[in-house]
Design a protein around this ligand. Sequence first.
Ligand code: PLP
Ligand code: TYF
Length: 393
Amino acid sequence: MFKQLTEAPQDPILSLSIAYRDDPRTEKMDLGIGVYKNSDGVTPIMKAVHLAEQQILDSSTTKSYVGLAGNEAFNQSMMDLLLIGTSAHSRAAAVQTPGASGALRMLADLIYLAQPETTVWISDPSYVNHKPVMEAAGLKVKYYPYFDRVTKQVNSEAMLHALEEAGPKDVVLLHGCCHNPTGADISFSDWQAITELANKNGFMPFVDIAYQGFGDGLEQDAAGLQHMADNVEEMVIATSCSKNFGLYRERTGAAIVVGDSLRQAQKARGRILTLARSTYTMPPDHGAALVATILADDALTQSWKKELNEMNQRLLTLRSGLVKAVRAQGSDGFDFIEHHKGMFSVTGLSPKQVARLRDECGIYAVGDGRINIAALQEQQMDYLAKALIAVSN
Ligand code: PLP
Ligand code: TYF
């Protein structure tokens, strides 16, 4: 049977980590995969996570199954983090999933179940897995214009103009904050305009928020999503604890459904549970148990928020440091990096220039020109600045 298979294409991001690992050069830099690294080049276990881990180790008595929806305290916490204070909070339901990746697929399956002829509109460009996951669920995918390659910011006019075309058979997928890959976020007035369009033309918003706390802060990063949730009848949200709790490998996330009533949201949740049963059945427990433990404890919550804020501040310093280093080489061509949000910036480098960065300088960026600012080391800043200028010329 397997002889009929053709070779699988490589993941464009995960494959970079392997190539980087096998590169013998000492001055090499891995700016590919989206993980945060501290000034020692380590992706740390957060202090609150460490303490919660100890508590769980001391108090747990069983490894028996939890259930299809996972940890219900965790599910409630995810809804609180994103929706507290909005009218949507009392008409929302959540399911723990294996990362936001699991949530994306479960929500796509839910949409297909409810309305198989749906088209999902995704930003051009978007997270590498958005299109494959939506298509694997049977949904059609269409792109809306998003990134202006000259200004390196969002082209709001073109985006809103395109989204005028989306109607009741459509879903519009938005990044909650810290757009992956570009780093260019929509403004609050864009959120308002898309909310109005959703209400006028009948499409459902689907928000993927994987970096809450890495832009303007935990609350501010959810402001656009909250405005939308307050004002639309229905929306779905995929959320992740990979970055803001540093739980990457624990596969911790949630699928949230907002309905026009709690009854509708719970009905949709019931359907997600059935879909989960026929996919992976139950999510892994550990990451969600850690998050639930942290968010149930004031001291651990404060410690987590403080450390998340420090990580975010470091990221801002790295952005300004890189711009400064490039400017010291006599170029203002990368000033836009300081205006981007989150871990990533699309630099505008072509695939050929990205290949030169790798071959000539040992710097690994994604083929679309994305670099992960959160993986930069202070002592490498000048080297990177010189390399960016060298391959741009
Ligand atoms: N959505 C976006 C926009 C992402 O960048 C990522 C990856 O980090 C994910 C979803 C998947 O995250 P997770 O690790 O929670 O599955
Ligand atoms: O964009 C990133 O780097 C992260 C991690 O198939 C990631 O979202 C990369 C590739 C992939 C899944 C996650």
